[in-house]
Design a protein around this ligand. Structure first.
Ligand code: FAD
Ligand code: DLZ
Length: 501
């Protein structure tokens, strides 16, 4: 008897450990366990999504003829942890062998390593293997997404004509920074009505995790592969054509813009990254989406998603403790309660609470940027980001927060901190017109808090940025401030920071 344990984010019929396994003579084993539900107090929608998708996956495999042993969270005999459940299942079924696919997170990999005699296979649902990355990284002095991405474009031939990028350019970033024009209304993403399985899970989550962050009333995530494929088709048809143009936009009253909302399904394994790339390429060939949109989208999948995972795996668990700028402020209460008065922040907060989703620019340039400027402890922010999003798994969340957003790794992942004043937020959209703070004012109570904090952040971290060529111009500007203005700016930032609970 072969035991095949499947983790909650390994919901892919093509999973390495399932491939080639005999249907008769194998038991597929899945367990909902408190240790995974509680290692951080996940958003209620994340819990409902993972458990519902797990239950649907088990039902589908049963229908295909697999023998499935599924342990529910509310089973009175539930042992509470993955490793103890796997050991008990092996004994119950008299398994002669256990075969698993490697977990995404260091924490769960360590658990897998304790299971005696189990075979652990590499997770091949990604496009680049850790071994290929290590060889490529070699003795390179610097790691940069752009180098990694070009390497992968060449390796895979995606968007290539021979050795030249399609369209003559590797990226179309310069075209992809438009604010949403008045009158253009982004088509809403599809909403998947909860079926009986999902409704049962939602009731369980409400009953057992009543104090967790977030609301469940607007739970509309795809929970099966067929729903995920429908979500992908809807994105390709209705939003991909404008994805590039408005990739960096912020718009008041628009929660999702032209984004894909596919990360929860993708990270669970309901879709594969190659499928996303292939539909985008097909849209380009069919002339239904322009090159700047297709390239912009593919860069996120083939570039960023792969790159952050490989850095997470290569750098090990210590990466999570990186704190290059020595930031120590506890996470401000506005991250749990909203009501900051900043229109951009409160919009991102509200949809995080109600959808377990915020788009990239909200995560990076609003929620992340505010914490960076305020000097929030990057580990505390990492903990928050791991809790609040439906797509949050440490392998993708941590490098985005610690590296990209907080520059806590000192520039390993990104060449310069994503720090910006209110001018950036005003340029990318119309939140500032709905805000009680004045984005044009630099200091004083009514001034935009991003402005009040920006120069203080630069001044505070001057020694860290001194040798960074990409920060040279900003440091020069700060150095040219008259001394009295410097004192005023820093005192004003201190006054604002003192108001943060
Ligand atoms: P789209 O904008 O439509 O992008 C398409 C796809 O590209 C996404 O589904 C995602 O799979 C991939 N992608 C885009 N950007 C990134 C990126 N920087 N890293 C990895 N994949 C990317 N993504 C997660 O999946 N889980 C997280 O926990 C997570 N935390 C983040 C925290 C911070 C501070 C930041 C700045 C980014 C984070 N991201 C995370 C990356 C990105 O914001 C989300 O993948 C994206 O917002 C998901 O929404 P979407 O599917 O609509 O994305
Ligand atoms: C995220 C999650 C949750 C909430 N619950 C479970 C669970 O009960 N059982 C399970 O197998 N997986 C769960 N997961 C996903 C795991 O945490 C996931 O496999 C790791 O994050 C990847 O290393």
């Amino acid at each position: 008897m072969l035991l095949l344990p499947i983790l909650g984010d390994q919901l892919s019929p093509s999973l390495a450990s399932l491939c080639g396994a005999p249907r008769s003579g194998s038991v597929l084993f899945m367990a909902e366990v408190m240790d995974e539900a509680r290692y951080v107090p996940h958003h209620k929608q994340k819990l409902a999504l993972v458990f519902s998708a797990m239950r649907h996956f088990a039902e589908e495999r049963r229908a295909e003829g697999w023998q499935v042993d599924y342990r529910r969270l509310d089973d009175p005999n539930n042992l509470g942890s993955l490793d103890s459940e796997i050991r008990a299942a092996a004994a119950r079924h008299g398994a002669s062998h256990i075969r698993m696919t490697e977990a995404g997170e260091h924490r769960v990999r360590a658990l897998q390593a304790t299971i005696e005699g189990a075979t652990i296979l590499e997770d091949d649902r990604f496009l680049v293997s850790p071994a290929a990355f290590t060889a490529w990284r070699g003795l390179r002095k610097r790691l940069r997404l752009e180098d990694f991405y070009r390497w992968q474009r060449r390796e895979t031939g995606i968007l290539m004509e021979g050795d030249t990028p399609v369209g003559g350019q590797w990226n179309f970033d310069a075209e992809n920074r438009k604010p949403l024009p008045p009158g253009l209304v982004p088509p809403p993403p599809p909403r998947f009505a909860p079926d009986a399985i999902t409704r049962e899970v939602i009731a369980m989550v409400e009953a057992r995790f009543p104090k967790n962050f977030g609301t469940l009333a607007r739970f509309h995530w795809p929970v099966t592969r067929s729903e995920a494929l429908a979500a992908l088709a809807d994105f390709t048809r209705h939003r991909l054509p404008h994805y590039g143009d408005y990739q960096d936009a912020l718009a008041h009253g628009e929660e999702t813009l032209f984004h894909a909302l596919l990360s929860p399904a993708l990270n669970l394994g309901l879709l594969t990254p190659r499928e996303l790339i292939d539909v985008a390429l097909a849209a380009l060939s069919a002339g239904s989406a322009p090159l700047n949109a297709v390239e912009g989208f593919i860069r996120q999948i083939l570039g960023w998603r792969e790159y952050v995972r490989l850095i997470y795996l290569a750098e090990g668990p210590e990466y999570l403790r990186a704190n290059m700028l020595g930031a120590t402020r506890p996470l401000p209460a506005i991250y749990w309660q909203g009501e900051s008065g900043m229109a951009c922040f409160d919009a991102a907060f509200t949809q995080t609470r109600d959808l377990a989703y915020a788009h990239h620019i909200q995560r990076l340039m609003v929620l992340g940027n505010f914490a960076l400027l305020a000097g929030v402890d990057p580990h505390a922010l990492h903990h928050w980001f791991l809790i609040v999003y439906a797509d949050a798994y440490e392998w993708v969340e941590a490098p985005n927060v610690i590296g990209m957003s907080q520059w806590a790794d000192g520039g390993l992942l990104g060449s310069k901190p994503y720090a910006a004043s209110g001018a950036y937020i005003a340029r990318q959209g119309n939140h500032c017109r709905h805000c009680r703070f004045d984005v044009k004012a630099k200091t004083g109570e009514g001034a935009c808090p991003f402005n009040r904090l920006y120069w203080d952040f630069i001044a505070r971290n001057e020694p860290h940025f001194a040798s960074n060529p990409r920060m040279g111009r900003i440091l020069e500007s700060w150095r040219r401030f008259p001394p009295a203005r410097k004192t005023e700016v820093r005192a004003d930032a201190a006054r604002f920071l003192a108001t943060l609970a």
